[in-house]
Design a binder for this molecule. Structure first.
Ligand SMILES: NC(=O)c1ccc[n+]([C@@H]2O[C@H](COP(=O)([O-])OP(=O)(O)OC[C@H]3O[C@@H](n4cnc5c(N)ncnc54)[C@H](OP(=O)(O)O)[C@@H]3O)[C@@H](O)[C@H]2O)c1
Length: 370
């Protein structure tokens, strides 16, 4: 499928950020989620009951802390073959040992005492080469992937702008968007083998406050002043826009779904570990309103395993929707931000992303058709 952006000269002055209305709307969505998420999701069970998963192979990035750790635990305890794609492989192995220990001591049921079906593979999203190595190693096994969950992410609050050592990209952009995009595209042959399959991106309501300048995704021109939150929210917006075009590029018969899921505002994760102590203590009272990771993992688990999500993505595809499926923190089907609905910009983000990660424009076709 060919989608191309219009690159002709434009008389319109290019906007370099959000309008006042978009800014207010973004904050109101974020604050509403923060203060009312527990109320709006009181109908949801915690832990979320999962369908049987023993036939599924699921690759999960960032399984060693916060939301990812809870996603990993729930999937593994429900019988999935879980591949923990971790930067810190020792932490991942320690978790497996801990969980196996838990099972063998807490259960009287001999069947339940069977060891969990988990493996660990090294993946550092700050290195595109590490992503390529991961995908090559997995694809060389010729084994299917039923679900890929791009969960790993960073928000380096309070730190100066930084760039990935090997690749030179702004770190939020690389870890939250570019590297997961590369991983997703390179794993398409395995996702095709595991079809019907899903690509689930751990998104964020923060994308409502994002703005992608396609000519400066790295924040290196002087047009926009960098802040960690701008880097974070823009990377999350880029991820949603890229996902929307990916779902358009994938032929319906491939039955590979693309979903973005917002976990809500979640405390006790490491995502805010770089915030200065003083800011952390000021934010402390807020934690009363926030989800725990056990609650925050539910929308991702729902997106990854519930059958109605597949039906929903297929209906969006049939309607030629300009956006991919978006699941809210309370597991309802939601809507992406106005900015994320701009098809023309999404196509530009798609093209620019492929260029930055070194893939040709027909990468999807080539990988799906061998
Ligand atoms: N917490 C929230 O309120 C919230 C809200 C909306 C969206 N989210 C999204 O949820 C996801 C998980 O966040 P969290 O709050 O659970 O944060 P977290 O506790 O910091 O977990 C992040 C995970 O990503 C991994 N990771 C970080 N950099 C990596 C890299 N270069 N290569 C590979 N893995 C890397 C971490 O591995 P290490 O253990 O090695 O550091 C960790 O396992 C993120 O995508 C975040 O944007 C969180």
């Amino acid at each position: 499928m060919a989608l191309t952006s219009q690159n002709g000269p434009s008389n319109q002055k290019q906007k370099q950020g959000l309008s006042f209305t978009e800014y207010c709307k973004g904050w109101s969505v974020l604050l509403y989620e923060t203060f009312f998420e527990k109320i709006s999701s009181r109908h949801l069970k915690s832990p979320l009951p999962l369908p049987p998963l023993s036939d599924l192979t699921i690759i999960l990035t960032g399984p060693t802390s916060g939301i990812g750790l809870e996603v990993a635990r729930n999937l593994a305890f429900s019988g999935a073959h879980l591949v923990m794609a971790a930067r810190n492989t020792k932490a991942a192995h320690d978790l497996i040992n801990q969980w196996n220990h838990e099972i063998s001591y807490c259960s009287d049921d001999d069947e339940a005492k069977q060891l969990l079906d988990i493996e660990v593979m090294k993946l550092d999203l700050l290195s595109l080469q590490s992503v390529v190595n991961f995908a090559q190693e997995w694809n060389s096994r010729s084994r299917p992937v039923n679900v890929l969950i791009n969960n790993a992410g960073i928000l380096t609050m309070g730190k100066p702008q930084s760039f990935s050592g090997e690749d030179g990209f702004e770190t939020h952009l690389q870890v939250n968007h570019l590297a997961p995009a590369l991983l997703t595209i390179l794993l398409l042959p395995s996702l095709k083998k595991g079809s019907p399959s899903r690509i689930v991106n751990n998104s964020s309501t923060g994308h409502f406050l994002g703005f992608v300048d396609v000519d400066d995704m790295n924040f290196t021109s002087s047009r926009r002043k960098f802040s960690s939150f701008k880097g974070y929210s823009s990377s999350k917006l880029a991820q949603v826009m890229f996902s929307s075009i990916l779902q358009k590029m994938l032929p319906a018969e491939s039955r590979i779904s693309v979903v973005c899921a917002s976990p809500g505002s979640v405390r006790y994760t490491n995502v805010a570990r770089d915030l200065p102590r003083m800011v952390q203590s000021v934010l402390q009272p807020l934690s009363f309103f926030l989800y725990t990771p056990k609650e925050g993992c539910r929308s991702v688990l729902y997106a990854a395993t519930y059958p109605q999500v597949q039906d929903y993505t297929e209906s969006l595809k049939a309607q030629d929707s300009p956006v991919c499926a978006y699941i809210n923190h309370d597991c309802s089907f939601g809507c992406v931000s106005k900015k994320a609905q701009k098809l023309e910009t999404s196509i530009k983000v798609w093209e620019k992303t492929l260029d930055m990660i070194g893939l040709p424009s027909d990468a999807v076709d080539k990988l799906l058709n061998g």
